[in-house]
Design a binder for this molecule. Structure first.
Ligand SMILES: Cc1ncc(COP(=O)(O)O)c(C=O)c1O
Length: 473
């Protein structure tokens, strides 16, 4: 059986649902190529059904939770229904509330600010986290970092050891659902059981996992349940601007919300504020109703297609990609490059090419093949430094350079990351381009900017982009 026939083919109509799929991208030599987006871990394109939902909503656009007019009532009902759709998608059940905000980062900051952490509390996060699931906790408690196995996966033995070392003090274990660097997906339900047995709550940063795998938070009575979950709409085929925090009502009943103002109160006098119940209490100011509608529409589309079907396609595409990438001389994977290992990872693949700066590779892919990837440290510096085996003295020298405004030697890797709509031809195009680079045949001349570390094509202005019309053509 040929490799191509092994891959679960998604109906073409699903690909047609992706807005801007074949957007033309000018190449370095003036040719135009259809853009190939292999940067879905950063953000995903919107769906046509999301556009349709926004268009359907706009005539009803009016104040949410604040007006008695018909459009206001309609906008409020739609907003509340969207909340229900998002909650159901994650299996929130009646015991949890769904709080909307700007993105996953804001949701994690809110949770860190609102979760009761008495003096002496310990929060365990991991060495593989995105900065958004590290930094918010640092000012709130003593933070421990669960270590890695040599292959870059999370060490459950170290989690066990740290839970024992800080027995009785660990209030939160907060872990990524999947790494945005290696795609590794820790066993969240197993970790949940370990956290609960130690008397801690578990938080899952599902920013990467949610668009790729079905997630059920499960009832609070289940020892393996997820207490809190955060996700970002812009990684789930809806636009920027909406994130979600799902979790039990209790922590939000106590105290003041982290942001106060309109929309959070039942009553304000000059002396006091009587807070609304969560989730409203936690959504200060006028809500991003369009963003929330878009998020719910994307979720409806993903659910209708079936997360398991999408996951199967992605697994097989990942296997194909890892096999093909091995053909590129000098390519080194970070995390697993094993094509047959897809059960504990997503289609997020990080690598470097021997002899080439990660920024150089990304620039050639963009300018010469019309392929969008990401390079750098992916907002996960501690994880990257570990994966790249950067020595302590080198890390210190780099730190000094960065502090003094030089980013040219920042270590990093190149990352390709799949969306549900990527196909073998996208992988083939990337592998061809990487082969060209590896054999020294990239055609453009690139110059690195010392301060930013960015690689620019010689002779091309950075701002040489087509005009955007802002609705005026
Ligand atoms: C694992 C993970 N967590 C959190 C974030 C932050 O998401 P946002 O930028 O939407 O706040 C990202 C973004 O890349 C991520 O990959």
């Amino acid at each position: 059986m040929s490799l191509s026939s092994e891959i679960v083919e998604l109906p073409g109509a699903w690909r047609d649902e992706v807005v801007g799929l074949h957007q033309p991208a000018p190449l370095f030599d003036g040719r135009i190529a259809p853009y190939i987006n292999l940067d879905n871990a950063a953000t995903t394109p919107a769906l046509q059904s999301v556009v349709r939902a926004v268009e359907e909503f706009l005539p009803w656009y009016a104040s949410v939770h604040r007006g008695s007019g018909f459009k206001s009532r309609m906008a409020t009902a739609i907003y509340d229904e969207a909340r229900q759709i998002v909650g159901e998608f994650f299996g929130a059940g009646p015991e949890r509330v769904v709080v909307f905000g700007k993105n996953a980062t804001e949701a994690l900051n809110k949770l860190a600010a609102r979760f009761p952490l008495p003096a002496g509390s310990v929060v365990l996060t991991t060495m593989m986290e995105h900065h958004s699931n590290m930094l918010p906790w640092r000012s709130r408690a003593e933070v421990g970092y669960i270590d890695l196995e040599p292959d870059g996966t999370l060490s459950l033995a170290d989690l066990e050891a740290k839970l024992a070392r800080h027995a009785g003090r660990v209030k939160v274990v907060t872990v990524t659902g999947a790494s945005n660097v290696t795609g590794f997906a820790p066993p969240i339900h197993k970790i949940a059981a370990m956290a609960h047995a130690a008397g801690a709550a578990i938080v899952v940063d599902a920013a990467q996992l949610a668009p790729h795998r079905a997630i059920s938070m499960r009832p609070l009575s289940d020892p393996e349940h997820i207490d809190f979950l955060v996700a970002s709409a812009h990684k789930m085929y809806a636009p920027y601007g909406t994130g979600v925090l799902v979790g039990p009502r209790e922590p939000f009943l106590e105290g003041e919300p982290d942001l106060v103002g309109g929309g959070t109160v039942k009553l304000v006098t000059l002396e006091e504020a009587v807070w609304l119940d969560p989730p409203e209490k936690e959504e200060a100011g006028s809500p991003n109703a369009i963003g929330v509608v878009a998020f719910a529409a994307a979720i409806k589309a993903l659910s209708a297609w079936g997360l398991d079907t999408l996951a199967e396609h992605e697994r097989e595409l990942t296997t194909y990609a890892l096999r093909r990438l091995r053909e590129v001389p000098g390519l080194r994977f970070f995390g697993s490059g094993d094509p047959d290992r897809t059960s504990d990872r997503l289609g997020v693949i990080s690598f470097n090419l021997a002899g080439y700066h990660h920024g150089h590779v990304a620039a050639v892919l963009g300018h010469e093949a019309g392929i969008g990837v990401r390079n750098g440290c992916f907002c996960a510096h501690p994880y990257l430094l570990r994966l790249l085996e950067v020595r302590a003295e080198d890390a210190e020298r780099l730190r000094s350079e960065i502090v003094h405004g030089v980013r040219a030697r920042i270590p990093g890797s190149v990352r390709i990351s799949f969306g549900f709509y990527n196909i073998k031809a996208d992988v083939d195009a990337a592998v061809d381009a990487l082969q060209t680079i590896a054999s020294g045949q990239a055609r453009g001349t690139y110059r690195q900017i010392e301060e930013t570390g960015e690689f620019v094509l010689e002779g091309k202005a950075l701002d040489d982009l087509p005009r955007f019309g802002f609705g005026q053509g």
